[in-house]
Design a binder for this molecule. Structure first.
Ligand SMILES: [Mg+2]
Length: 170
């Protein structure tokens, strides 16, 4: 199912990165808004420490956003990640560019994001494993994202029913 993530977590910090390293993952692609920080918020000390941990654990990282360079570049530079902006998710092109930037193959790459209809669908289109996380601060979502979250609800319902996979409160 093109709309299903492999797993759902409460936040990016709950993902078992050591397990994923053991599975051969060497590059992780992250959505930014409401995956790492509230919509439009800059990277903070906690975000920096999180990316430092990933780097020290042996992962390359890339940020992928449909937003513009003004939003994405300063964030990526602060956390020391590669980036792809105006990615056109759910199209494949941004994910392919992210893998090229990290020099990883599909099998070595993991995607983590907070939206099904853009993030997860795009990762599935590109043939990359995907994890869905709860939005950091859904009240900061712009209007069009709020609409998409309503459309996500039945997908999440059937995903949970099929797999029994869930995160708390989601
Ligand atoms: Mg997002």
């Amino acid at each position: 199912m093109r709309l299903y993530p492999e797993e759902i977590f409460d936040s990016v910090e709950d993902v078992p990165y050591a397990r994923e390293y053991g599975r051969g993952v060497r590059g992780i692609i992250f959505d930014i808004d409401n995956t790492l920080v509230p919509h439009g918020a800059p990277a903070d000390g906690r975000t920096e420490a999180f990316f430092r941990m990933l780097k020290e654990s042996g992962f390359r990282t890339c940020l992928i956003s449909n937003n513009n360079e003004k939003r994405v570049r300063p964030f990526a530079e602060r956390v020391g990640a590669e980036f792809t902006c105006k990615a056109g998710k759910p199209l494949r092109k941004g994910y392919l560019a992210a893998m090229a930037a990290m020099e990883t193959k599909k099998e070595e790459t993991l995607f983590i994001g907070d939206q099904i209809l853009t993030d997860v669908l795009g990762a599935n289109n590109a043939g990359i494993r995907s994890f869905l996380v709860r939005p950091v601060a859904p009240e900061t979502d712009p209007f069009q994202v709020r609409l998409k979250r309503i459309l996500e609800r039945p997908v999440l319902f059937f995903f949970r029913r099929k797999t029994g996979k869930t995160s708390k409160n989601r």
